[in-house]
Structures are given as structure tokens and as C-alpha cells.
Ligand binder design. Structure first.
Ligand SMILES: [Mn+2]
Length: 407
């Protein structure tokens, strides 16, 4: 990618949400360009003559939970022109997409709270605490449940018929005087009934208490967006952008971020539907095909061509966050990428990070001796390396994780 950029001789290149791990490469191949890196990932090195590197980690700030690539970009935009504060919802969407809602009741923390304050001051954002269902205000209940992908509810996300059955069994009226009811129409008692039905379902699916806890939290409503659209809800907006990128249609997501609310939004909604279905299918496949292997300190999931390398990270996140994996070990997944390369996605829990695990560091150290490159955050990281080196790499990861979690 760097070489193809260099071939165009651009005067200025901006890298957003990436680049901190590649400063040496930019310095070597993009000598003629001015470069701005807006990142929140672990830097390999921090400085080079032609590079402006803006990164919370260079200032002792938390990059994994306190601000996303979108947030760093937002602060640059705002410092260029105060008027750009109207872009604050994008900073919020980026933070939610990066699962930085790690504060109490799933609120944003760190520098993200500055972006949140900007958005609220401009009347572009409202927050409240409830069941985290997409389409809280407007969607028929079963659809809201099926469309919710963060948190992902195994067996329900992407499956409206299953959600309908669950609601009926719980005895919740779906209609009132012929009109579909939305979550906001439920009484507190009905919400409790629904919550306990969902809890039962998730435990049956093998999820743990923490995943159930994820069903309740702070909802971020983007007031500037039309009701009934997926981008009215901050988490679903993020899912939508994710879906566009991971289904190989990044330009649709880009159009929406830049303000297109017509054709692009319709296409994105279709893409998101396809994405939900695909994740559901992959998840079923992983569990049925019994492809998860347990080693002394990690779980591995080698999928070869069976899961798209752009979606393997999402599948890993769901596996670790729902508690489907029972032991206190991170998951390291591998899928085929372009050429002879494999893409590695590594995911851990917050608790493992507190115990000293840093997967970004593990990926960097384990990839380097095997002709690969890796990096990322403590709980979510990745690497690329030649397929032939996969087994040696996994063994090294296993050993490194063992060392980090021991201390
Ligand atoms: Mn990021």
C-alpha cells in the first residue's frame, strides 16, 4: 500500500487510525511527502523528519479506551477550524465502534468525553440508560432485537423469527391497538421480563454473566439523524460502517460519513443486513465445526478460507466477549489473506489486560522473527505473516501470553 501511495507522489498524506506501527516504512518510502499520522495504536517509533504524529500514547493518555482513530482525527479537524465541531458525532461513532464504552453503564471515558460534550452542546447527541437495543425509539420489538449486533446475541442477532418466538414465549405483547410496539413503549415490568428472557437465552447459548450485563447500558442517540435510520443510534452507525468495510464496500461507508443520506444509506442498510447474516453463519460454523483448539495459554482458531479475513476479527471479538470460551485465555484466530499471507486477529478480555496481558505487544514481538508485522491494543491486536510460519508464530504467541499473564 505504501508503495502504491508513493507512486503517485502526493504532497500530503494523512493516515487515520493506522500508521503508528509503520513510521519507519513511511520514512523510507514516502520521503518526498509531508505525512500526518492520526493514530491511537502502539507506536514502533514516534518521530521522523517529514512526519507529524498525533497519538494519545505519546502523551501518556489511554489509546485503547479513551480515544479512537476517529477521535484523534476529530481533534485535528477541530483545531483547523472550530466550526468542525459539527463532526463530533463521527468521533462518538468511532469510539463506540472501537468498543471504548468502558465506563460505568457503558459510557465513554477519557478524551472521548470532550467529544461527547461538544456533540451535546450542539444538540447533536443525547444519551440515556436502558436495554441496548438498536431502534429503541421506533423499531418493532422483534426487529430491534434481531438488528442488535453490539452486543451480539448468539442465536438472536440477525434472526427476526427467533426473536419473535422469544418475545411471544416471554408473554410480551407485540402490538398495541394494531400498532407494533417499540422498546420505549414497554412498561418497566415488561422490560424486566424481556431482560430475564434474554438472560436465560444467552446462558443457554453458553454466554457468561458479563455478556448478559452488556445488554444494558448507555444509548447514544444522534439527534441530527432521521429516526428509523440505522445511523440514528451511535452503535449501529458504527456497525454500519464496519459492515461496509468488511463486506468490501468501504466507499459506501465513506459517502455516509461525508453526509450522503440517500442512495448510499440504502445500500449500506442492505450491506449491514448481509453482514449480520454472515456473522451469524460464521459463528454457527465455528461452533459446529469444532475448530477452536485450546493450548496451554491461548485458544487458537485456524479457519483458512472458511471465514473472510476482514470478518475474522469480529467473530473473534464475539467469541471472547460472549463468554463462549470458558477458560481464562485469549483467542488467536488465523485466516488466509492476500498472497501467501495469513491475517491474525487476537482478542482478550478487559480482565486479562488488567492482569498484565498486552496483545499489541505480543503480536509485535511474535510476528517480527517470522517475517511478519503485528501490533494493536492490549485487548485487540493483529498481525500479518507468511502462512508457512503460522505454527511457529502461534507457539511463540502461546509462550509470550504465558509469560505476561504469569506476572
Ligand atoms: Mn482504531
Amino acid at each position: 500500500m505504501v508503495q502504491s501511495i508513493a507512486a503517485e507522489n502526493p504532497p500530503l498524506v494523512l493516515f487515520s487510525d493506522m500508521g503508528a506501527g509503520y513510521l519507519d516504512m513511511f520514512e523510507e518510502h514516502l520521503k518526498e511527502s509531508q505525512i500526518i499520522v492520526l493514530d491511537h495504536h502502539l507506536p514502533v517509533k514516534s518521530e521522523a523528519p517529514n512526519i507529524i504524529h498525533i497519538n494519545p500514547l505519546l502523551h501518556g493518555l489511554d489509546g485503547a479506551r479513551g480515544i479512537s482513530g476517529a477521535g484523534v482525527s476529530y481533534f485535528l479537524a477541530k483545531s483547523v477550524d472550530e466550526q468542525n465541531a459539527d463532526l463530533s458525532p463521527l468521533g462518538i461513532v468511532g469510539a463506540l465502534g472501537d468498543r471504548q464504552d468502558k465506563g460505568e453503564k457503558k459510557t465513554l471515558i477519557g478524551m472521548n468525553t470532550i467529544i461527547e460534550a461538544d456533540a451535546k452542546r450542539l444538540g447533536l447527541l443525547e444519551t440515556h440508560h436502558d436495554l441496548i437495543f438498536y431502534g429503541y425509539e421506533t423499531r418493532p420489538l422483534a426487529r430491534a432485537c434481531a438488528y442488535t449486533t453490539s452486543p451480539f446475541i448468539p442465536g438472536l442477532s440477525g434472526r427476526e423469527d427467533k426473536c419473535l418466538a422469544l418475545l411471544k414465549e416471554a408473554g410480551i405483547e407485540l402490538k398495541n391497538e394494531g400498532k407494533w410496539r417499540a422498546l420505549r413503549d414497554l412498561t418497566e415490568e415488561e422490560k424486566r421480563t424481556l431482560f430475564s428472557a434474554l438472560t436465560k437465552h444467552m446462558i443457554y447459548e453458553g454466554c457468561d454473566a458479563e455478556a448478559v450485563h452488556d445488554l444494558v447500558g448507555t444509548i447514544y442517540t444522534l439527534k441530527g439523524e432521521e429516526p428509523w435510520t440505522p445511523i440514528r443510534d451511535g452503535r449501529e452507525y458504527a456497525s454500519l460502517l464496519n459492515a461496509c468495510a468488511r463486506m468490501g464496500r468501504p466507499s459506501i461507508g465513506l459517502s455516509i460519513s461525508m453526509g450522503d443520506r440517500n442512495e448510499a444509506l440504502k445500500e449500506a442498510a442492505d450491506t449491514l443486513n448481509g453482514y449480520r447474516r454472515k456473522i451469524g453463519e460464521y459463528l454457527d460454523w465455528v461452533r459446529k465445526a469444532d475448530r477452536i483448539e485450546e493450548r496451554s495459554h491461548i485458544y487458537t482458531l485456524v479457519v483458512n478460507d472458511d471465514i473472510d479475513e476482514r470478518i475474522i476479527g469480529v467473530v473473534s471479538s464475539i467469541l471472547i466477549s460472549t463468554g463462549i470460551l470458558k477458560k481464562y485465555k485469549p483467542i488467536i484466530a488465523s485466516a488466509k489473506a492476500d498472497g501467501e499471507l495469513i491475517k491474525i486477529s487476537a482478542r482478550a478480555t478487559e480482565d486479562m489486560a488488567k492482569q498484565g496481558l498486552d496483545l499489541g505487544d505480543v503480536m509485535m514481538k511474535a510476528a517480527e522473527p517470522h517475517e511478519g508485522r503485528g501490533g494493536g491494543h492490549d485487548i485487540a491486536a493483529g498481525a500479518f505473516l507468511p502462512e508457512a510460519n503460522q505454527e511457529e508464530f502461534l507457539q511463540r504467541v502461546n509462550a509470550l501470553v504465558g509469560e505476561q499473564l504469569k506476572t
